[in-house]
Design a protein around this ligand. Structure first.
Ligand SMILES: NC(=O)c1ccc[n+]([C@@H]2O[C@H](COP(=O)([O-])OP(=O)(O)OC[C@H]3O[C@@H](n4cnc5c(N)ncnc54)[C@H](OP(=O)(O)O)[C@@H]3O)[C@@H](O)[C@H]2O)c1
Length: 288
């Protein structure tokens, strides 16, 4: 096994979370040194070899700049970085009419602006190392879903940033790759549900009542959702990191592939299928 200073380096955000923590392990096993960007230390990375923990809040450009500076001083980054993986993310959900402005901003700060700040700060290291950007998106970037408007919009914007920046960075041969995981068993859904309940609890009860039937239908669909294994997504991201010539997009999971197919259907048909899947076809307006 190579010493840490001889390994190629990857900087990863959200490294303490479900997909991120497993990805740290996978990348070290594939021979990389991982600069693990974490906001809160959850002890998930304790005792791992070839892992350098780097505090970072992706919504704070100053914190991101500090993280890039810290990584650049490490011997394992002396020749730059092989990849940056923008993995940190949150789900903000609920009927858009009921989502508080601060929650909408948080959605875009973490999922869209965060990756932009991180990529800006780390590009000197990526140019130096002949590296790549890997942005963890979601299938809702291409097929937005009801009561998931904020997360869908944040990932659609991330996809637009990625597609535009891929063309800008071609001059330096820095690929920009998107990964679309299907629904995956991590704490992200419980966190989203808790945040949505707090937001709904603080909203005008009369407005909440208008959506009572929508919220009940959504809860039913989410309760039946089958989440895939973390491992499948981790492999797809690690392949995007490792491939000699990475593809523009990696899709992990049959549900992600199905949503990608839906995005190509005529809008009327697509919306009927989504409304039926989300049990909204027969949902009526709640009584205020
Ligand atoms: N799970 C799925 O079904 C699924 C499907 C499609 C796409 N994705 C995407 O996959 C990525 C990873 O999600 P996951 O399922 O592993 O979720 P997770 O278990 O909730 O992990 C998300 C990670 O993001 C970090 N994070 C949140 N806000 C941050 C901030 N401001 N600065 C730095 N880090 C921050 C969290 O740190 P804290 O612990 O400190 O909050 C956590 O470590 C996300 O981009 C998500 O959108 C997930």
């Amino acid at each position: 096994m190579a010493e840490t200073s001889q390994r190629r380096g990857v900087f990863l955000t959200g490294a303490a979370g479900g997909i991120g923590a497993a990805l740290v392990r996978e990348l070290t096993q594939r021979g990389f040194v991982v600069f693990a960007g974490i906001r809160h230390n959850r002890g998930t990375l304790e005792g791992l070899s070839h892992v350098v923990v780097v505090p970072v809040d992706v919504t704070d450009p100053g914190s991101v700049a500090d993280a890039a500076e810290r990584v650049s001083r490490h011997p394992a980054a002396a020749h730059g970085l092989h990849a940056v993986v923008n993995n940190a993310g949150v789900i903000v959900q609920g009927p858009l009419e009921l989502v508080p402005p601060a929650e909408l901003r948080r959605q875009f700060e973490v999922n869209t602006f965060g990756p932009a700040y991180v990529t800006q700060a780390f590009l000197p290291l990526l140019r130096q190392g002949g590296g790549r950007v890997v942005n963890v998106s979601a299938p809702t970037a291409r097929t937005p879903l009801p009561l998931l408007a904020p997360i869908s919009a944040s990932k659609a914007a991330l996809q637009a940033l990625s597609d535009a920046q891929r063309l800008e960075l071609a001059a330096w041969h820095v690929p920009v790759v998107l990964v679309e995981p299907g629904a995956t068993e991590t704490p992200i859904f419980a966190s989203a549900d808790a945040a949505a309940k707090t937001a709904t609890g603080a909203a005008d009860p009369q407005r909440v009542a208008l959506y009572a039937n929508h919220l009940a239908a959504f809860a039913e669909v989410m309760a039946k959702q089958k989440n895939g294994p973390v491992d499948r997504v981790v492999k797809a991201i690690a392949n995007a990191v490792e491939a000699r010539n990475p593809k523009r997009r990696y899709i992990a999971g049959p549900d992600a592939r199905a949503l990608g197919t839906l995005s190509k259907l005529p809008a009327g048909l697509r919306e009927r299928l989504i409304a039926s899947t989300f049990k909204l076809s027969k949902v009526t307006a709640g009584a205020a």
